[in-house]
Design a protein around this ligand. Structure first.
Ligand SMILES: [Zn+2]
Length: 484
C-alpha cells in the first residue's frame, strides 16, 4: 500500500513597514491619497535620481528581526531585481539577494510545532496597476518605493490550517511590535505560497507558487484546492498532468488556481548589487535602539494577563487580539479595580459595537470615548445604578456624544428602579395573568419562572434589576402557595 500524501508548504509574506516616508526618498508613505500625488523623481524612476536609505525603515526591519528571534547580519546590501512591468518604471526593484538583513528565527504554533524563518529582507514596493477600467490600464505610483520586509519561511508547514495559524501569529507579532499595520484591506500584508506534495518517504514533488493572496481565507482556500489538484495529477499517472514548476493565480470567484506564468529562477532577474547604495553595517547601536523600542509581545502579554491579572486564557486571548485593544484594556484598567469586568465589557459589549454598522465605530481607534469613560460606565453597572441593558444603551450613546456616562444615565432615564413597592405591583400584575406558569413553578419547574421575568421587565421599561424581579416573583409565588 502507498504511504499517505504529505503537503510541503512555505510562505513568503510581504509586509509594508509603518514608516513616515518611503524606503529611499522623502515621499510620504500613506494609503488612500489621490493617485500619483506621493511621488518624486526617484520613485517614478527618473534617470539620475539617487536613493538614500531611510533609517526608520532599517530600524523597523531590525525590530521585526528581534521580535522573531532572527540573527541580524553585520553586513548587508541592496541588489537590483530586474523585470519589466508598467508599475515599475525603473525596470528593476531594489531588494536584497544574497546578503539579507537577517536569517533564522521563527515562531511556534499552538501545537508546539516550530515554523522556522529562512530570512527577512528589506525591499521597496512597486506601484499599482489598475486594470478594471475598460480599455486602459491606470498606473498609480504612490506605493512605488514604500518599504517592505519579506519574511520567507522554511517549508515547515504541512496543512492549510497551519498556514493560517502561522500567518495570524506573524501578523500579531509584527503589529504589536509596531513594525506594520498588517492591514490586508490596505494591501499592507500580502502573501505568496509555495506548495508541493509527496508521499512520505519519497522525494519532494515539484514546487508550485501561488501569488498575491490577499486574505488569510484565500490562502487556506487556494492551498486546499492546489493540494487536491497536485495529488489528483500524480495519482492519475498521466505525465502530461504532472505539476510543473510555475506560478499560479487563485481565482477567488471560481475557487481554483490557474497558470499565470512559468516560474522565474533567480537568474531570470539578473540580480546585481545596486551601485547607488553602498553595503550597510548594522552596528551594536542600531540593534540596541531597535531593542529599546521593542514593546511587550502578545504571548508575553497574554501570560501576564492570566498570571498577574487573573484573566482566563480565553479573555487574555481576546484582549491581545490586537495591540490597539490590548492598549485600551490596560488604559481602562488604570481607572478600574476589576480586570475581569473590563475584559468582559471590552470583549463582549465593545467588540459587539464594531460588528454593528449602526454604531458608527468599527475599530478601537475609532472609539470617541476614553478609557476613563468606559471605566465609569462599568462602575455604574457594577454598583447597580443601572442594569446591564441600561449600561449597554449608555455605551451606544457614548459612541455619538461626548457626554459622561453618569450624565447619560440621567438624560436617558436609565436609573435602575429601587422602589420595591412599585416592583411588587408589577410582579403581581404579571402573576395574575399567568396562572398556568405559576402552577408549573409550584409543581417544581423552577425554569418556568424565566417566562415571567420578561413581562415584568417590560412593565418597568427595562429599568428593573432582573435578579430582584426573579427573587420577588419567587417569593410571591411561594407566599401564594402557602396561602392557598
Ligand atoms: Zn519619492
Amino acid at each position: 500500500m502507498n504511504a499517505a500524501w504529505n503537503a510541503v508548504i512555505g510562505l513568503e509574506v510581504h509586509c509594508q513597514l509603518a514608516t513616515a516616508s518611503k524606503l529611499f526618498c522623502a515621499c510620504r508613505n500613506a494609503f488612500g491619497e489621490p493617485p500619483n500625488t506621493l511621488v518624486c523623481p526617484l520613485c517614478t524612476g527618473q534617470p539620475g535620481a539617487l536613493p538614500v536609505l531611510n533609517r526608520e525603515a532599517l530600524e523597523l526591519g531590525l525590530r521585526a528581526a528581534l521580535a522573531l528571534g532572527c540573527e541580524v547580519a553585520a553586513r548587508s546590501k541592496f541588489d537590483r531585481k530586474h523585470y519589466f512591468y508598467c508599475d515599475l518604471p525603473k525596470g528593476y526593484q531594489i531588494s536584497q539577494y544574497d546578503q539579507p538583513l537577517c536569517s533564522g528565527g521563527g515562531l511556534t504554533l499552538a501545537t508546539g510545532k516550530r515554523v522556522r524563518l529562512k530570512r527577512i529582507h528589506l525591499e521597496e514596493d512597486a506601484g499599482k496597476a489598475i486594470h478594471d477600467r475598460g480599455q486602459v490600464t491606470l498606473v498609480d505610483l504612490n506605493r512605488a518605493g514604500v518599504p517592505l520586509i519579506e519574511c520567507v519561511s522554511e517549508p515547515d508547514i504541512s496543512t492549510p490550517a497551519e498556514a493560517h495559524e502561522y500567518l495570524s501569529a506573524l501578523k500579531e507579532i509584527l503589529q504589536f511590535a509596531g513594525v506594520s499595520e498588517c492591514d490586508m484591506e490596505k494591501g499592507s500584508l500580502r502573501c505568496d505560497v509555495n506548495v508541493s506534495v509527496h508521499r512520505a518517504g519519497t522525494p519532494l514533488g515539484t514546487k508550485v507558487e501561488l501569488k498575491n493572496l490577499n486574505s488569510f481565507a484565500h490562502v487556506v482556500a487556494a492551498l486546499e484546492y492546489e493540494i487536491r489538484r497536485q495529488i489528483e495529477a500524480y495519482e492519475s499517472g498521466e505525465p502530461s498532468r504532472a505539476p510543473v514548476q510555475e506560478t499560479r493565480l487563485f481565482d477567488v470567484q471560481r475557487g481554483e488556481t490557474r497558470t499565470m506564468r512559468a516560474k522565474e529562477d533567480a537568474h531570470d532577474y539578473r540580480y546585481f548589487p545596486d551601485p547607488d547604495l553602498p553595503p550597510f553595517h548594522v552596528t551594536r547601536e542600531h540593534l540596541e535602539r531597535a531593542r529599546a523600542h521593542l514593546p511587550e509581545l502578545p504571548a508575553a502579554r497574554r501570560k501576564r494577563y492570566t498570571d498577574t491579572l487573573g484573566l482566563c486564557e480565553y479573555d487574555a486571548g481576546v484582549m491581545t487580539s490586537s495591540r490597539a485593544l490590548a492598549d485600551y484594556f490596560e488604559a481602562t484598567l488604570r481607572f478600574s479595580s476589576s480586570a475581569k469586568d473590563v475584559a468582559n465589557w471590552l470583549g463582549n459589549e465593545v467588540l459587539a459595537l464594531f460588528k454593528d454598522p449602526s454604531s458608527g465605530v468599527r475599530a478601537v481607534d475609532e472609539l470617541t470615548f476614553k478609557p476613563f469613560d468606559l471605566a465609569q460606565l462599568i462602575e455604574l453597572a457594577d454598583s447597580g445604578k443601572t442594569n446591564r441593558a441600561g449600561a449597554r444603551t449608555i455605551l451606544r450613546a457614548m459612541c455619538s456624544t461626548p457626554k459622561a456616562p453618569r450624565e447619560l444615565l440621567r438624560d436617558l432615564g436609565l436609573e435602575q428602579i429601587e422602589d420595591t413597592a412599585q416592583l411588587e405591583r408589577w410582579c403581581r400584575e404579571v402573576l395574575a395573568g399567568s396562572e398556568r406558569i405559576v402552577a408549573e413553578v409550584r409543581g417544581g419547574n423552577e425554569k418556568a419562572l424565566g417566562a415571567l421575568i420578561g413581562p415584568v421587565m417590560k412593565l418597568s421599561g427595562g429599568k428593573a434589576k432582573p435578579q430582584a424581579v426573579r427573587d420577588l416573583l419567587g417569593r410571591l409565588i411561594a407566599e401564594r402557595g402557602s396561602a392557598g
